[in-house]
Design a protein around this ligand. Sequence first.
Ligand code: GTP
Ligand code: MG
Length: 350
Amino acid sequence: MVNLMVLLVQISGFLGSGKTSSIIRMANEAQKLGLKTAVIVNEIGDVDVDGEFVKRSGLKAKRILGGCICCTLGADLVSTIKNVVEEFNPDVIFIEPTGVALPSQVKRFFVQASYLIPGLEFSPTFALVDGVRFRSLLAEFKDFLTKQARDAEILVVTKIDKVDKKFELPLIVSALSEMRPGTRIIGISSLTGEGIPDLLAAVLGDRVELRASEQNLAQDDSVIASGVGNADFYGILRSNKVLDENTIRSFVVEIMDAMGRRCVEKTGRILGHIKAYGESGGTGFKASMVDMVTGVEFSGVLPKSWSELKLSMFMALEGFKSDEMRSYLKERVREASTKYGLIVEDLHHH
Ligand SMILES: Nc1nc2c(ncn2[C@@H]2O[C@H](COP(=O)(O)OP(=O)(O)OP(=O)(O)O)[C@@H](O)[C@H]2O)c(=O)[nH]1
Ligand SMILES: [Mg+2]
């Protein structure tokens, strides 16, 4: 049977705020309610990390790479929505823009999609705000954060498992209310699941009307405007020996750590996200770092033993120029591969 209605849900938020984690959590919950879900993930770079991880979580996903769907890749968003509807016939489509996208800019392509695809409905737009990094983001990136928050209908404070609920959370909530008066604010943890039912209820419960006027906003390339540089790696690692999970863990941590330290040297802090997706022998894992203190966090399953592994790495960091970041990353990959006796087949630059 063909669905009559398809709900589009935009989950926006700065780099590393927890968009992918919350979408996986919500989509799984929605499927338990009998709703068919699909996910569209957009990345600034040419290498896909989140799309692979989302698929590994058992969800239907399509990716849009190499730019931002709120500006340069808006037309791709429209055609991808159409493909997802035709191929997966979902009840709900979660859309994850890049961390530098402006929600209202994405919405104008929803308007275009609604002219092409019958039966589209729109949930409110959600802007995720990282509860753990809120203070430093506010200090460093207030204008952008405010813009993103003002652009969304519902604000979501993420990672509340790591936020002090008595003192810190009320402060975050009041700062957000000031940015965007009168709006609903929901706290969630994708780790523990706290607040996820409330968020899903908001996703499924409300519908918004899109205004045609939203179609007429002119917009610069948001990737360039953000000052966020990016670099990536996509290739296969091979070894003559059988290696264990610690080798790949150290390999990834060393590279990500070096990139993070370099960013701190250059800019004084990390404002962005360094992440990787690795896959070998039917297991897949994600590694992610948003600040030096927390360091690299792993999710999914690392391979217990391996001699060949597919690895994608992507980083988007404010204030770090793309060309510098790319050559520095290339050196770090070369250095780490020598150290661990790995042969690297670079698939991206072929
Ligand atoms: N403690 C905790 N960590 C979380 C939670 N949600 C996400 N994280 C961590 O935050 C980091 C970034 O999460 P992602 O879901 O990849 O964030 P994102 O917004 O999709 O990142 P980009 O797509 O790169 O912008 C990862 O290390 C996650 O494990 C949470 O609820 N609690
Ligand atoms: Mg993501």
